[in-house]
Write a protein that binds this ligand. Sequence first.
Ligand code: SF4
Length: 328
Amino acid sequence: MKNQITTSARKSLEKQQYRLVGSHSAVKVCHWTKSMIRGRGGCYKFKFYGIRSHQCMQMTTSLSCANRCTFCWRDYKAPVSKEWKWSIDDPEFILSNSLKAHEKLLIGFGGYDDRNDRAFKESKNVKHVALSLTGEPIIYPKINELIRLFHKNRISTFLVTNGQYPEQLRNLERVTQLYISVDAPNRELLKEIDKPLFHDYWARLRKSLEIMAQRKDRSVIRITAIKDLNMCDEEGYAELIRLGDPDFIEVKGYMYIGASMKRLKRQNMPNHKEVKEWSSKLLKYLPDYELVSEHKPSIVTLLAKKKFKGKTLIDFDKFFKEVITNKP
Ligand code: SF4
């Protein structure tokens, strides 16, 4: 079995409360899952889309990535690669063992005085998976089988990709909500910020955006706004956004955390007011979109296509009916 990470990297991740599942997957309880169990509120996706944060499992099927983004909290010891060169774990194995590892990590919450009993009880019944924890989940060769398994178990799927794998995206099973990270408005700045391994990184991102525009998933372009670095060239962003034609745009302030503190400064972390002001500047180039929501604790704004009339919550029953009957 060829593991994706070394024993020392595994140890360091486990110290950070990750649980490795098999040779290339991992789970970690999200801050907001804990927060919801303790009655302190859910994440911005709870507010924007109806994700029940206490019933959400944060995971990845690949610890490896093809970018080394300056704003990423991961340190540069994390595995990077352009192609898959490891063992391929079975989707059933990943599903059942990820749920087990997640539930085990939550046991400790039973001891908190301020726990919300109902939320704690419900947290054992996972309803949402966020395939975004770290690395590039989309490169796991059996990602489609796993996504179908999640849906069969009525677990919704949010998948985040940095757009460096257009072919995998073209062949990807429909997910509940698809994210492409757009970290810069032009080729030069993208290279500086994402430090991509692929030499044709710009063409790959643009191809992925074109594919996103043709897909049936609910779609989101996520911009990580880094002050004094990429909160600029709104026209460049607008051109990329038109290419991807997403339903939603999330403008999320960069967080000065983890290993990113070795690469960026605290001053690069915008406050909520700055993110909101910049979102309004961006909207000037996007007449089809409007600002519909925000979440101050996460320093994030939500821009949505006007066709949604501000109604952005997900009808999960309708989604499962569609994907299980395979009728768009
Ligand atoms: S959707 Fe994301 S932020 Fe919200 S609870 Fe799940 S992993 Fe956390």
